[in-house]
Write a protein that binds this ligand. Structure first.
Ligand code: ARG
Length: 461
């Protein structure tokens, strides 16, 4: 078969090397974007007087036929049925097959270098909203669970050691807060990709009087590339997407890790739905959190796409090099993996049941030590001194296998005369969260306001 560049060569390309360089296998995903870009390019050529109305009309008709063909039959773009190098060659060949010479005029003044840069931007424009909706859906399930948890308490952990009591809702909303940043990163990416690369040619620009502003508007871009050399070799937006996906996966992985731990026999803070767990082929008692483990495991692969892509770009000279073709498999796999993991995590979270007695029980005991120190501070003791006094009480309680609530007022006073009759009621998990004062704290009213704000945000997005 003839290639896009056959004229220059006497012989055919080595079949295996051609296959090695071909990208149609995976860039068929860009099919719709490619046709859309080509229709707009043909219109721009016509406006510039490069194509007459007849040819422009024939090209548009041919491209629409190709789109309809693919819509009617998904196998239309099946790479196994065509020997094309890439999606751009595929569309052009199909066009020429339909409209002949008019189709041979479409590529005037245009290069595949800018075409693929355009297609990727158009493709992402369509896919970003899908990823954003998947992020919001998980935020929604976390907010639902937070609503159900009400004022139920649990321990918070630092260094994976019990730290201070918090509301279960506060813990759940902490993960939702990280996901909101992922959502925002996708907004920022939308701004980054909003730039038309066409008009850059292969590297130096185009010799035809293309109205790039009008072309940009036609394709829904508000900006035009500033420099044709940069435009043909710029895949920063691919690394921005991969970073958004990798960090989004890191957040999912941390959510997965928390629920793997908290649904274990050791914690039993939450129970996994049967539908979100798997059994063991050998051990009849097992209820394994496989979906969460897979989410955690797949995170490594998406991080790999980001680091792999940065490494691929770092040695490239200015302009286009074929290395850039490597962007697509990384991008598509990162996107698929991220969106699939968001959906899996969302359904696991939707099925979680809170074991309130277990979390409340775990939220009492020595994790109230900071509150005891604050009690003394309120009575004039410098914090460092209060810390010392409470440290000694903790040492004693550990030795005697007891906790604060077992101390009589008499015993409290052995450690400081400032402990009054109210100490027994002042030192509880409920009083601890109640005492928190800042809007980002676990104070029940602050958490209720945070949950309201989260729901408002969900309603807005
Ligand atoms: N398939 C190529 C890619 O994905 C399209 C651009 C080809 N350009 C070229 N000069 N070979 O990067």
């Amino acid at each position: 078969m003839a290639h896009l560049w056959s004229g220059r060569f006497e012989g055919d390309p080595d079949a295996a090397l051609f296959e090695f360089g071909a990208s149609f296998r995976f860039d068929r995903r860009l099919f719709e974007a490619d046709v859309r870009g080509s229709r707009a390019w043909a219109a721009a050529l016509a406006r510039a007087g490069v194509l007459d109305q007849e040819d422009a009309g024939a090209i548009d008709r041919g491209l629409r036929e190709i789109l309809d063909g693919a819509a009617a039959d998904p196998a239309f773009t099946d790479p196994a049925r065509h020997g094309d190098e890439d999606v751009h060659a595929f569309v052009e060949r199909e066009l020429v097959a339909r409209v002949g010479d008019a189709g041979r005029r479409l590529h005037t003044g245009r290069s595949r270098n800018e075409q693929v840069a355009l297609d990727l931007r158009l493709y992402l424009k369509g896919r970003i909203p899908v990823a954003r909706r998947a992020v919001a859906a998980l935020v929604g399930r976390l907010a639902d669970l937070a609503g159900l948890a009400g004022d139920v308490l649990m321990p918070s952990y630092t260094h994976m050691r019990r730290a201070q009591p918090v509301l279960v809702a506060h813990f759940l909303l902490s993960h939702a807060s990280a996901l909101r940043r992922d959502h925002g990163r996708l907004d920022a990416l939308e701004v980054e990709i909003d730039e038309l690369p066409l008009g850059s040619g292969a590297i130096a620009g185009t010799s035809y009087a293309i109205d790039v502003r009008a072309l940009a508007a036609d394709l829904g871009f508000t900006r035009v590339a500033r420099n044709s050399i940069d435009a043909s070799g710029d895949r920063d937006f691919v690394s921005s997407f991969l970073h958004a996906a990798a960090l989004g996966m890191v957040h999912l992985s941390r959510i997965a890790e928390d629920f793997i731990l908290f649904t274990s026999e050791e914690f039993a803070f939450f129970e996994l739905a049967d539908s979100a767990a798997t059994g063991s082929s050998l051990m009849p008692q097992k209820k394994n959190p496989d979906p969460l483990e897979l989410v955690r495991g797949k995170t490594g692969r998406v991080i790999g796409h980001l680091t792999g892509w940065l490494a691929a770009m770092k040695g490239l000279p200015a302009g286009y090099s074929k290395d850039l073709q490597e962007d697509k498999e990384a991008l598509f796999d990162a996107e698929d993996t991220w969106v699939a993991c968001l959906a899996a995590t969302t359904s696991v979270v939707a099925g979680l049941r809170l074991n309130a007695p277990a979390t409340a029980r775990a939220a009492s005991g020595l994790l109230l030590a900071t509150d005891v120190a604050d009690y003394l501070v309120a009575r004039g003791v410098p914090f460092r001194e209060a810390h010392e006094i409470v440290g000694a009480i903790v040492r004693r309680l550990l030795k005697e296998h007891r906790s604060f609530d077992s101390l009589s007022v008499q015993e409290w006073r052995e450690h400081s005369p400032l402990f009054g009759d109210d100490v027994r009621s002042a030192i509880s998990a409920a009083a601890s969260v109640e005492r928190k004062q800042t809007p980002q704290s676990t104070n029940p009213r602050a958490v209720a306001a945070a949950l309201d704000e989260m729901r408002d945000w969900l309603a807005r997005t």
